[in-house]
Design a protein around this ligand. Structure first.
Ligand code: WT7
Length: 669
C-alpha cells in the first residue's frame, strides 16, 4: 500500500491500521501491520530489531502512525557522544493536524476529551469536531495578537479542554507552549517566563480543586511585573470571579468566539520545537527541556498505544495534571494521536471522599486508569468500601507512574481496584525521555507481571547499568548501578532551552555515548528492571520532582539564615518528604516558632506548597569534609532515622556536629 497518496488516504490508512479488533490488539499486532515482512514473534525479537535497526524501526513507526505534510528522507541522524539528535530529517508535520484534523476527517462526532470537573457528575464531553473548532479559534486569536512561529506561549491553567486546545493551538501556528503547573507560586512563574521569554500568558480567573477555589489570575498578576516579555494575557473564565484586568488582559472565551473556526496549520520541520517543560535538576535553576515535533509525536503515540494496549473506543483516564510531562504525553498527545477519548481530571483523589477515582471510573466507564503511587498510598488507608461500592468492570489496564510503587500499594491497586483481572503496569520514564521507557508489557499479551517493577524495556530502549568506576555491568546475576540508556529514541528532549551546554554536561558527559538518567537501577537474574531511586540531589515528593538545591536557595534568602542543606527522607504517603537543616547566623534572637513559620512561607511563595519542608532542624553547623563539602549522606541517614548507621564520619572537619544533629533530630520526632 502506498502511503503517500494524499492526506485523506493517509488518514484512512492510519485509522484502519490502528482500529484493530481486540483479538489482534497486541503491540505485536500493531508491529506486524507496520512491518508485514518481518517474521518476528516474541517481545525479545521485536525489541532486538528495534534497538539494532532503530532507523528502520522508528522510520516504519513514524511513517505509518503520523500524517506528514512532506515525508521525511532519513529517519535518524544521532550522536550520543555529542548529544545531537535529528529524527525524521526534512519531514514536515503539524502536531494539531495529527491530534485532531485526521480524526475529524473520519469521525467528527467521536469524543476526544471528557472534562471530569471538580464537582462529581458535572463532566463535559468534547468531540473531535468541537476540539478542532476551539483549537483553530485560539490559533487565530494568537496569530491576531502577533504570536509567530517559534514564539513561546506560557500556560498557567486548570486541567480543562481550553488548556488542551491552547496547547494544540500553539502547535497549529508553530508556537512553542510552556505549561507551568497551576500549583506553582508567582515567583516560580516569573523565573520560568523570564527564562523562556514567553510573549503571551494564558491563565484562568480561578482554578477549582477539592471544592476550593485557587486564585490563578491573582498569582499571575504577582508575577507579571517581573515578566516584561509578556505582551498579552488571556484569561479563561472558570468560576466567573471578578479579577482585575489591565489593558492588555483579555477574556479568552469572548475573544475566541469572534475568531474563525479554521486556521491553516503551519508546516513544521520535524525537529522544530513543540514544547518546553521546566523540570528540577540537581542544581538551583529549573531547566527548560525542549521537545521536538516529529520525534516526540512518534514516541508519544506509539508508547501510549503499546504500553496500555490502547484501542479506539477505550476511555483513557490519566489523572495527572497537564502541568507535568505525564499530562503532556498521556493526557494530551498520546491519546489524541491515537484518536482516543482522554479524561481531563480536575479534582483530587479524596474529593468529595476517597472513593472519587472509582466513582469516576464507574460513571465515565474508564478503560485504562493511570495514576501515581502517592495517591494509591493515601487511598489504601481508607475502608475498602470506597472502592467496592463502584462498578469497575470497564477497567482493563491500570498504570502507575512517577515514583517507585511499593509492593503494598501495588497489591492494593492490583487486587482490590483491579480485582486481580486487570494488567497493572508500573511505568518508568522522565520529563527528559518524553514517554515511557520501561513498562511490564510493551507487547506480549500474556507476559508475566511482577509487583512493583517496570520490568521490560520499551521498543528502542536499551537500558544499561554502570558501576561507580564507570564500567558497564554485565552478567546474569543481580546487578545494581547507575541507569543509562544506550540507544537514542525519538522522544528524547533535544536540549535545555538557552543552555545546550548544560544539556550535554548533564545527560551525555557522565557516561560518554550514553544518556544518563540520574536514577539508580537494578536488573534481576531474569533480566527484569527496577528503579532504586535518584542518585543525584533530586527528590520525589508526592510524585513531584524537586531539586533540594531549589529549596536551599529559598531558605538561604532569609536574612537570619547562614546556611541550609535539604535532603529527602522516606515518607509513608508522599514517597519522600523534605527535611531541612538550617544554620542560623550568630546572635539571631527571633523566636524559633516564628522563624519556622517564615521559612515555610518563603518556600511556599518561592516554589510551591509541595516543596515546604516537613521538618526543619536548627543546628549550629553542618557535617562537612575538611575541604568544606557537605556530607549529605549523613544528613540523609539522620533524616531517615538511620542514626545508628552513619558510616565513616572520621573524615569530617568537626565530627561533633553529628552528635548535635542526631540529638536535635530525636527531639523533633
Ligand atoms: C523521575 C522523573 C515519568 C513521568 C512523571 C515524572 C521517578 C518516574 C518511576 C517509576 C520509579 C520513577 C524517577 C525519574 N520515576 N517513574 N515507575 N518507578 N521511579 O517525571 O518529574 O521528570 O520525574 O521520577 O526518579 O527519574 P519527572
Amino acid at each position: 500500500m502506498s502511503i503517500n497518496k494524499g492526506t485523506l488516504t493517509l488518514a484512512r490508512y492510519f485509522d484502519s491500521r490502528f482500529v484493530l479488533s481486540r483479538s489482534v490488539s497486541t503491540a505485536h499486532g500493531t508491529l506486524k501491520q507496520i512491518f508485514p515482512d518481518k517474521k518476528l514473534t516474541s517481545h525479545a525479537d521485536w525489541h532486538k530489531f528495534s534497538v539494532e535497526q532503530p532507523e528502520e524501526f522508528w522510520g516504519g513507526v513514524a511513517r505509518s502512525s503520523l500524517k506528514w505534510m512532506v515525508p521525511f528522507q532519513k529517519a535518524m541522524n544521532c550522536d550520543m557522544k555529542k548529544g545531537q539528535f535529528e529524527w525524521f530529517q526534512n519531514g514536515k508535520i503539524n502536531a494539531s493536524v495529527n491530534c485532531i484534523d485526521r480524526h475529524v476527517e473520519v469521525d467528527p462526532e467521536r469524543i476526544a476529551l471528557i472534562w471530569e470537573k471538580d464537582e462529581p457528575g458535572t463532566e463535559e464531553k468534547i468531540t473531535y469536531r468541537s476540539l478542532f473548532q476551539m483549537t483553530n479559534q485560539i490559533a487565530n486569536l494568537l496569530r491576531r495578537h502577533n504570536v509567530k512561529k517559534g514564539d513561546v506561549v506560557a500556560l498557567y491553567m486548570p486541567v480543562s479542554p481550553l488548556a488542551v486546545a491552547s496547547m494544540l493551538a500553539c502547535s497549529r501556528i508553530g508556537a512553542i507552549h510552556n505549561v507551568i503547573f497551576a500549583g506553582f507560586s508567582a515567583d516560580a512563574i516569573a523565573t520560568r517566563v523570564q527564562d523562556c521569554n514567553a510573549v503571551v500568558l494564558i491563565t484562568a480567573d480561578e482554578g477549582v480543586r477539592g471544592g476550593k477555589t485557587i486564585p490563578l489570575k491573582q498569582t499571575v498578576d504577582k508575577a507579571l511585573g517581573r515578566c516584561p516579555s509578556v505582551k498579552n494575557v488571556f484569561v479563561m473564565r472558570r468560576t466567573g470571579a471578578e479579577v482585575p484586568m489591565a489593558t492588555n488582559h483579555f477574556y479568552f472565551q469572548d475573544l475566541m468566539e469572534q475568531e474563525k473556526s479554521e486556521c491553516a496549520p503551519e508546516s513544521m520541520q520535524s525537529e522544530d520545537s513543540l514544547f518546553l517543560l521546566y523540570t528540577s535538576g540537581s542544581t538551583g535553576k529549573p531547566k527548560g527541556l525542549v521537545h521536538s515535533t516529529g520525534g516526540y509525536l512518534t514516541y508519544a503515540g506509539f508508547t501510549h498505544k503499546t504500553a496500555f494496549n490502547y484501542q479506539v473506543g477505550d476511555i483513557f483516564g490519566c489523572v495527572a495534571d497537564i502541568g507535568w510531562v505525564t499530562g503532556h504525553t498521556y493526557v494530551v498527545y498520546g491519546p489524541l494521536l491515537n484518536g482516543g477519548a482522554s479524561v481531563l481530571f480536575e479534582s483530587t483523589p479524596t474529593y468529595p471522599d476517597p472513593g472519587r477515582y472509582w466513582e469516576t471510573v464507574e460513571r465515565l466507564k474508564i478503560s485504562q486508569f493511570y495514576g501515581a503511587p502517592t495517591a494509591i498510598r493515601l487511598l489504601l488507608r481508607y475502608e475498602e468500601s470506597f472502592v467496592n461500592k463502584y462498578d469497575r468492570s470497564s477497567l482493563q489496564t491500570l498504570g502507575s507512574v512517577g515514583e517507585p510503587i511499593n509492593v503494598e500499594a501495588w497489591e492494593w491497586f492490583n487486587d482490590l481496584v483491579g480485582e486481580g483481572r486487570c494488567d497493572l503496569v508500573d511505568t518508568w520514564w522522565q520529563s527528559e525521555t518524553g514517554g515511557i521507557c520501561l513498562t511490564p508489557r510493551p507487547s506480549e499479551e500474556e507476559a508475566e507481571i511482577l509487583p512493583g517493577k517496570p520490568m521490560r524495556p520499551m521498543f528502542g530502549i536499551e537500558p544499561t547499568l554502570f558501576d561507580e568506576k564507570g564500567n558497564v555491568l554485565t552478567g546474569k546475576g543481580d546487578l545494581n548501578g547507575s541507569l543509562c540508556l544506550k540507544t537514542p529514541w525519538p522522544g528524547m528532549a533535544r536540549t535545555i532551552f538557552g543552555d545546550h551546554e548544560r544539556y550535554v554536561n548533564t545527560y551525555f558527559k557522565p557516561y560518554p555515548g550514553y544518556f544518563f538518567t540520574g536514577d539508580g537501577g537494578h536488573r534481576d537474574p531474569k533480566g527484569y528492571w527496577q528503579i532504586t531511586g535518584r542518585m543525584d540531589d533530586v527528590i520525589n515528593v508526592t510524585g513531584h520532582r524537586l531539586g533540594t538545591a531549589e529549596v536551599e536557595d529559598v531558605l538561604d534568602e532569609h536574612h537570619d539564615v547562614a546556611e541550609a542543606a535539604v535532603v529527602g527522607f522516606p515518607h509513608p504517603i508522599k514517597g519522600e518528604g523534605v527535611y531541612a537543616y538550617v544554620v542560623l547566623k550568630e546572635h539571631v534572637d527571633t523566636e524559633r516558632e516564628v522563624m519556622l513559620g517564615q521559612l515555610r512561607e518563603m518556600v511556599k511563595k518561592g516554589i510551591s506548597g509541595f516543596a515546604v519542608p516537613d521538618h526543619i532542624q536548627f543546628c549550629s553547623g553542618l557535617p562537612k569534609t575538611r575541604s568544606g563539602k557537605i556530607m549529605r549522606r549523613i544528613l540523609r541517614q539522620v533524616a531517615a532515622n538511620n542514626q545508628d548507621n552513619l558510616g565513616d564520619i572520621s573524615t569530617l572537619a568537626d565530627p561533633g556536629v553529628v552528635d548535635e544533629i542526631v540529638k536535635n533530630h530525636e527531639e523533633l520526632q
